[in-house]
Design a protein around this ligand. Sequence first.
Ligand code: A3P
Length: 332
Amino acid sequence: MTTSQTPLKYLQEDDLSEECKKLVSNLSKEKGWIASYYYNYQGFWLAPRAIQGVIACQQQFQAQDSDIILVTTPKARTTWLKSLLFVLVNRKKHPIFNQNHPLFVKTPHDLVPFLERDLYRNGQVSDFSSFTSPRLFSTHLPYASLPKSVQDSRTKLVYLCRNPRDTFISMWHFANTVKHNHTDTNSIEEVFDLFCKGVTVYGPFWNHVFDSWKQSIEKPNKVLFLMYEEIKAQPKIQLKRLSEFLECPFSVEEENSGVMDEILRMCSFENLTNLEVNTNGKSSLSGTENKIFFRKGEVGDWKNYFTTEMIEKLNHVIEQKLQGSGLRFLYI
Ligand code: A3P
C-alpha cells in the first residue's frame, strides 16, 4: 500500500479549546513521533488534540451492559480485530457467505468506531441512536483511564496485544506516513529511544498491556486478553474462545459448515486490502484515508529492522518492567 500525505485530524495541533490549552500547559511533555510534543495525561502519552477527545469520552460516555469494547495499543492490529468482532457478533443480522456484507463496503474503523477519536473527538456528545445492541466500540485508553461507566457496568472488554517489536516497527512506519511535516521523518534510532522510555502514543506500552492482562486474570468474565501471535498460530481455537467469551458461541452446524474459516478469510489482510473501500476510500467518521491502516500485515517484520543491540535493550526494559509478572510476549 502506498503512503498517505493527509495529516490525521485527531493529531492536528491547532484549534485546541481554551480548557485543553490550559490543561496541556501544566502537563509534562516529551518530543512526539507525530505531533511535535506528546503530553503525559493520567500517566500515558498523548498528542494535545487527542486529550480533548479523551476527556470528553471519560466524562460523557455511558456504557451499556451489552456493549463490547475492543481495547488495544495503537498498531496492535486493531483494524483486523475490529473486522473480526463485527463479523462474528453480527453474523445473525449480517449472514456471512453473503456478497452484500457490510465489511465489503465499509472500513472496519467505521463499523467499530474509536470512542475517544471518532465519537468524542471534538469534545461533543455523540449521537448513539443508530447503534444497535450489542454496540461495538474500540479504544486505545489504558484500563485505568476507561470511562467509569465502562468499569462499573457489565460491558465486555476484548484486549488485543501484539509483541512490542512488531508494534514498534509498525508504529514507526505509521508515524512517518502521517507526520504533518513530511520533510522531517523520524529516524528509527530516535523513536526507539523514546519507545524504550515509554514515550509512545498511549504508552508506556508495557503498562498498557500489563494492566489489562492483570484485569483479565482478576475479572475473566469482563476482560479477555488476546495475543495476536497466539491467534495467528491457532486461529480457530482463539476465534472459538472469543465467541464463547462474547456469549455468541458457534453451533455445531456452524462449525461443520466452515463458518469459522470463512470469517477468518473475510477478515484476512489479503481480503481487506483487495476491497475498494480500504484502498481508495476515506473513513466517514474521521475523514482519514482507510489505506493508512494497512501496510505489510506480516508477522515478524521486526527481524528486518532490529539490531542485536535493539533486541537486548528492549528485552532489558521489558524484563525490568514485567519482572515476576508471568506475562511473556511471543516473537514469531
Ligand atoms: P504492519 O504495519 O506490521 O503491516 P492497527 O490496526 O492497530 O492500526 O495496526 C495496523 C497493523 O495491522 C499494520 O501492521 C497493518 O498492516 C496490520 N493489519 C491491518 N489489517 C490487517 C488484517 N486484516 N490482518 C492482519 N494484519 C492487518
